[in-house]
Design a protein around this ligand. Sequence first.
Ligand code: SF4
Length: 285
Amino acid sequence: MATCEVCFRRCVLPEGKTGACGARINRGGWIEPVYYGQLSSLALDPVEKKPLMHYHPGSMILSAGSLGCNLRCPFCQNHEIAQAEAGKFSVQTDEVTPEKLVELAEYYRKRGNIGIAFTYNEPLVCYEYVRDTAKLAHQKGLVCVLVTNGTAALPVLEELIPCIDAMNIDLKGFTDRYYCDVLKGDRAMTMDFIREAVRRCHVELTTLIVPGENDTRDEMREISGWIAGLQPVYGGKTGRDIPLHISRFFPRYRMTDRKATDVRLVYELAETARENLRYVHMGNC
Ligand code: SF4
């Protein structure tokens, strides 16, 4: 048996078994990533699509995804690469070593690329690949961005932070009920992760508004008030300067029992968030 310490689940794994994320395995008593260097997705995206609206706006970033996630969001738009069905993922991957990914990122400089974003699935279930690639990328003067659900343990963040320049972190709601029962996640660990990350690099946060789950003005007041109270914040800013992206939900994957979020509600909740925060952006509207 060996225990994986990467996220709140702390999976205890017998020899040869993978954890709940489907992406880490016990091999000979050591927990190792299963898909190191196996990419399911690769695209040159505008940095605003991560979403990062206040970090090198107008730039492109080479965005890479692999396989696996430790949460179970029933509306996941990337479930083919994030959620293993019957222990298997339904997509093929290509082997892209850290050296090869950095080489590609440099190649795309001519098209406005500034670096590499680790995104699409949950990158921290294979943080070793992020770390190794980001170190090389920094040596070449490229920036590195993490798009994460923020439910990793702080030692993982500590190991990565020297080579990460910016993050978009989900703060999916502000009740333990929603995090535990619906997402199968951990709100406290996410908040600890965000609290530390905002001290160390540029951070923007994202909240997807799901009807009936996290769509009240009171909850948005709590979310935005907590963000505004974060300090100290990277770059000498205050919590009020941390950008928040409020996104509209669409029914998909296993959550098709409700309609897309009303656009007027997203506007209203953005107005509520602006009582506490300077930069509130709406997504998917
Ligand atoms: S990263 Fe994966 S294996 Fe490790 S504790 Fe989390 S879900 Fe379990």
